[in-house]
Design a protein around this ligand. Sequence first.
Ligand code: PLP
Length: 376
Amino acid sequence: MIYLDHAAATPVSKKVFEAMKPYFAEDFFNPSAAYLPAKKVSADYEVAKGVIAHTIGAKASDIVITAGATEANNLAFSILASGGSCLYLETEHDSVRKVAEKYGGAPVGVDKNGRILIDDLKSKITDETMLISVALANNELGTIQPLSEIATIVREVRFDRLSRGIKKPLYLHSDASQALNLLNVNVARLGVDLLTLNAAKVYGPKGVGCLYVSHEVKLNPLNYGGGQEMGLRSGTENVPGVVGFAKAVEEATKHLNGNRKKYAAWRKILLSELVDYELINKKHSLDNFIVLCYNGIDAERLIFLLEEKGVYVSTGAACAANKGAKSHVLAAIGLSDSEINGSLRLTLGETNNEEQIHEAARLINEAVAIERGRNG
Ligand code: PLP
């Protein structure tokens, strides 16, 4: 198998799996219980939260553990439950887009590389805007957004509001689900008030994520119950999940530079050995994302042909692809329906090696040639 869909899911790494194991059947106690073994579990949970928080330059008390990035993104938008409007990048993942739409948010456009149109953002901020949400790296294109530039605009707006006696706050949220493997993610450097992380994309367990929440931000609870996670996300703590998440982020940050170099080299090999394509994500992309357009070919058919040869790729976000929906991301960067139809996303990761990259290029070229031949 050659798996080239690491943006959809990453396997739990051996180190992560080993770290999680004791917390299933041995140290299984409820962290809220009063006896000593439970207190140890509670302490381990807090240490793990501390490790996750530390990697983004925060403290354990600044992060709310959630059941994945979807919950974390939804929790960020709960800030709007008591009024205020929001702006979101039109290429955001559905877990941002759909909740932003629920709150009547307005989309901000992108250029042909998928980068935010700063002037569009500026023109859409009103005195009612309370939240701006821009993913650090896009999940279909890998496009990295200029977060600190956006944070500067947010600070200018705050300053202006203050000078005019307007009390409405303005906060910046970013979904960093796809970024943590390749970028140094630090909340102060990025200038964000809210930040989403996702264990499932960094060789940690699925269904575990977190939201960093800066001190000034007042959120509304995601659910109601035992009051865990500062009352924002009740429910018995997922101790193995969070311990695994901590190990995963620790490993990811340790190997950032090495991984970036490795994926950039593999990306170069693919781009030189593949034929007959147009590269979509030419600029500002994470090194492990390669989005190709084979105009005139049905990429869905390519995926099936490649699956028969043991190569797993996708047409875009796994959830959108599954519903047979047209990619809103590729449409936003101006691709025609036929170009979208012919687009393939390859995302490299830790299951790959260089030999696989050469083999993948050969098999993709072969599949494309078969499809071109079929089309006459
Ligand atoms: N945000 C981004 C950028 C993603 O890529 C994903 C997953 O594909 C999510 C959010 C949702 O994550 P989850 O399904 O783990 O809740």
